[in-house]
Design a protein around this ligand. Structure first.
Ligand SMILES: [Zn+2]
Length: 261
């Protein structure tokens, strides 16, 4: 959807939220930049905001600017003749032609946007490193949570949280893993345990993580649905409430949908 920005109060909204421009004959003189919209609040003219999505659009808009600068500078030089202070204008001409050749060399891969969430950042990091490590800033981001990095590898990497079970005569805990399957590009929870014998796998659940807004409710629903299987698959979980387990899973989900620093 095309966006417009008010020239006066600078609010930017979708085209449909701006009013059609009024008093056209009074507001525009020949040579003025024309627009068909005005601000619904202050009544000033509003102009379309250029959104740059592809390399071609970037190159087009930058080349247009460069052409304008070159035109301005060369008109100025023609009008006044070359004077000492015009050395800087000649410099500008040189810079714009340098800029123009650099813009021509931009590739689509140079336009990769910044990831919106830690989850995107983690998969992007994998594509770049292929070693299954988590981005160091993400590891730092989870350090204040109950989750930590458990293992990483080129096929799978796991984050882990642990709920220690108190009334046992030996060390026992319920261990929840969030497993990143790099080949399948998927993530899932594994509700395992550790009965003094290391991590034992448990019930695995998948959930929808493609839409950050839906991720938490998808996890909640998946755990509710699988709660009986989680308990029967690995002992220890019957000592916990489903809400305890959900809150641990949601803790990591909240971090994953956060914007990376
Ligand atoms: Zn306005």
């Amino acid at each position: 959807m095309k966006k417009y920005q008010c020239d006066n109060c600078e609010q930017t909204k979708c085209e449909s939220e701006f009013s059609d421009v009024t008093d056209v004959s009074m507001r525009f003189s020949p040579g003025d930049k024309y627009t068909d919209k005005e601000c619904p609040e202050c009544g000033s003219l509003a102009y379309p905001v250029e959104t740059i999505v592809t390399v071609e659009e970037l190159q087009d808009s930058a080349n247009k600017l460069i052409d304008e600068i070159e035109l301005l500078v060369s008109d100025h030089l023609k009008d006044d003749g070359l004077k000492f202070e015009d050395c800087s204008l000649v410099g500008i001409m040189q810079s714009t032609s340098e800029l123009s050749s650099r813009i021509t060399g931009i590739e689509n891969s140079d336009m990769k946007g910044q990831p919106d969430t830690w989850l995107e950042a983690i998969f992007k990091h994998y594509k770049e490193t292929q070693d299954g490590s988590f981005p160091p800033l993400f590891v730092a981001a989870i350090s204040k949570s109950s989750w930590h990095e458990w293992q990483n590898g080129s096929e799978y990497s796991d984050l882990e949280t642990e709920i220690k079970l108190e009334d046992c005569d030996h060390y026992a805990s319920c261990n929840i893993h969030l497993v990143f399957d790099w080949q399948e590009e998927s993530i899932s929870f594994d509700f395992g345990n550790n009965l003094s014998d290391g991590f034992n796998e448990g019930e695995k659940i998948h959930f929808d993580y493609n839409d950050p807004d839906e991720m938490k409710s998808s996890i909640t629903e998946a755990i509710d649905e699988s709660w009986d299987d989680i308990k029967s698959n690995n002992s220890g979980y019957e000592k916990l409430s489903v809400d305890d387990v959900k809150s641990m899973a949601l803790e990591i989900a909240r971090i994953l949908i956060r914007k990376p620093v």
